[in-house]
Design a protein around this ligand. Sequence first.
Ligand SMILES: [Zn+2]
Length: 75
Amino acid sequence: MATCPRCKGHLTDGHRCPRRPAIVALEIAASGVAGGLASLLLLGLFDPHGETQMDALAVSIGALAAIGINRLVRS
Ligand SMILES: [Zn+2]
């Protein structure tokens, strides 16, 4: 079986190389933003008056979780 010169994968008829690092990085950033927004939304539901001052923490956790999930799904 021939190997692809670019990604070293099996060069089958329908071979497509994995996406470029720049695009992968963009995807990671996008999922991080999406996760951060989602957790901000959730925080708004549970704490509508912003009494806990957890915004930054919740956004960071949401973003990291989304990035982790994205990595798991893609690998
Ligand atoms: Zn390839």
